[in-house]
Design a protein around this ligand. Structure first.
Ligand code: SF4
Length: 273
């Protein structure tokens, strides 16, 4: 996170609300009055921060209001602080909003055992786990058996000082997910990848993603359908949702399983030069 923020000339330790144009972007419209974010698109929120930070308490209600206003868009929320979620959910959360997936990050077994039980204790329609960066072996069979986790994403570590990711750890996670029909996406090897006792240095993110794809371990598990609606609560059909756009490299990208198509942003690893 700190590395990514430094690349954007920002200090990752400083927590602030972004300006209205970014913060309220899901509600922004084009000249024709249509939302810029189309129905059916996925927004990953605060990926290099944390939606449930204490410092964000004062502006989280506004964020919930934006999410509530766009029941036609999927919001992917990631946190390291699942213990804060229950007390910060909106009053009308009920059994969970249909357009929100709550995710915890678990880089090793200790964090998995701390965070996943808290995630499973929450009312929610969609739950996911992100083992990224994977820096130790993680076994989550017991949690997958609940049938509530629908997706596990896994990636190695990148950037200067990256720690090693081992193929054995990835394989174990992938096999556990397959056993429980949970979608598993091995997004990338990371910059230091160990396989069969040999350490590989892979600096290119594109190559990391390609190697992960070639491993063939990613797969689509049981589908947990999204019930996206218009603001009046009327269920949207396939034809109402944006058709995903993919570029040629997407066909060699493991993330395609969980990617709603964002090739036009040209920022993902497979599309880097
Ligand atoms: S747009 Fe394509 S290359 Fe980028 S993450 Fe999605 S499937 Fe992968």
């Amino acid at each position: 996170m700190f590395y990514l923020d430094a690349r954007r000339d920002q200090d990752g330790a400083v927590i602030y609300r972004t300006g209205d144009s970014l913060f309220r972007y899901p509600l922004s419209r084009d000249r024709k009055g249509n939302y810029r974010i189309k129905p059916g698109e996925t927004l990953r929120v605060c990926l290099t921060s944390d939606f449930f930070l204490e410092e964000a308490d004062s502006w989280r209600n506004e964020a919930w209001q934006i999410i509530r206003s766009r029941p036609d868009v999927i919001f992917f929320l990631l946190t390291k602080r699942p213990e804060r979620i229950a007390d910060t959910l909106p009053p009308d959360w009920g059994a969970g909003w249909e357009n929100v997936m709550l995710n915890v990050s678990c880089e090793n077994q200790k964090r998995a055992d701390e965070r996943i039980p808290k995630l499973l204790a929450l009312p929610a329609r969609h739950l996911g786990v992100m083992c990224a960066p994977l820096i130790g072996s993680v076994s989550i069979s017991g949690y997958l058996a609940s049938g509530r986790i629908e997706q596990v994403l896994c990636d190695g570590e990148n950037y200067p000082g990256a720690r090693t990711c081992s193929w054995e750890w990835v394989k174990t996670l992938g096999e556990e997910c397959r056993r429980y029909e949970v979608t598993f996406v091995f997004c990338g090897t990371g910059a230091r990848f160990e396989k069969d006792g040999r350490l590989y240095r892979i600096d290119s993110r594109r190559l990391q993603a390609e190697q992960a794809f070639k491993s063939g371990i990613s797969f689509q598990g049981r589908v947990h359908p999204w019930r996206l609606t218009d603001p009046l609560g009327i269920l949207l059909s396939e034809s109402d949702l944006v058709k995903p756009e993919y570029a040629a490299p997407c066909e060699r990208c493991a993330r395609k399983i969980s990617c709603s198509g964002c090739s036009h942003c040209v920022r993902c690893a497979m599309l880097e030069k």
